[in-house]
Design a protein around this ligand. Sequence first.
Ligand code: UT7
Length: 330
Amino acid sequence: MQQLTGAGILGTGHYVPERVLTNADLENMVDTSDEWIRTRTGIEKRHLAADNEDTSDLASKAAQQAMDAAGISPEEIDFIIVATASPDYTVPSTACMVQQKLGCTKAGGIDLSAGCAGFVYAVSVGSQMVRTGMYKKVLVIGAEVLSRVVNWNDRNTCILFGDGAGAAVLGPVEEGYGFLGADMGVDGSLGNILSIPASGVAEPVTHRAIDSGRIYIHMEGSEVFKAAVRHMDSTTLRALEKADMTKEDIDLLIVHQANYRIIQATAKKLDIPADKLFINIEKYGNTSAASVGIALDEAVRSGRVHHGDRIVMTGFGAGLAWGSVVMRWM
Ligand code: UT7
């Protein structure tokens, strides 16, 4: 039996594709307005992958940045976890593509499906691999090319999502730092309010599914909205309790960037003031599993994160699935 060790983040990175789609561009595509999108979501623009860019390309670029920040080489990575709802293929996993693209010659790897809670789930799982001593360096990535699974004729969804990737290298840290508590939950009874109906064996991709648009994201927006606000503060409180902390201890709260109003509602329920809340949804839209990873990296690179800070990351999305992690920054 190996001794438990602290597990934390050694380096972060993110990547968004060059192409930008503004709200003004969307006004020419569907019946919407810049004003509606800004006031209902907080989004001003989003980035879209080029035709030759896949989820694994975005993931690899974010991961390379995270490895550079951690000062480690690809050969040192023991395991890769890619959280995504838009994998390169159903089989093989996107983690295998990333392994090959980065040259992580000694790594194992898996994909993880937890919708927009994906990055939080991936760091929860990866940190336990480090904590138990099973692995020393685990690469976790949230990456999406949602632009290829969005129906560009559906104004309910196409204005929301963007492409991007966020990554972190996890490794051993001094006990008392790194990941201190986590909470995860799912509710499959509400799986139908946010899904890609024809995307697996239950409803295979047929000509009929293509013609009826069931190969694209289906979302009952206001139901998802209500559930998000219902769950994100409670999962945060449970994770804090496991870390022996209270909401007053939070130095920085990173909420999944789904909608400005959801982020504000979650912060309000937790009494978190604006200066302890990280928001970048205006630039990227909802990048699903990538959003928390991108936000974390931007927070780190912009000097918002300091030694000893207590940081909470919380996510919510398709499943329904939600989760939070509490960490103390090295
Ligand atoms: O990442 C995790 C999963 N996703 C989320 O967390 C997203 C959660 N949901 C949301 O962010 C919001 O529900 C939306 C932004 C998607 C929609 O905002 P809403 O305030 O819940 O609007 P709604 O769906 O209740 O629609 C209100 C009205 C409707 O018109 P009527 O029926 O009142 O005449 C919609 O048809 O707004 C209309 N509408 C639009 N109008 C202009 C819906 N989409 C648009 C649009 N432009 N793009």
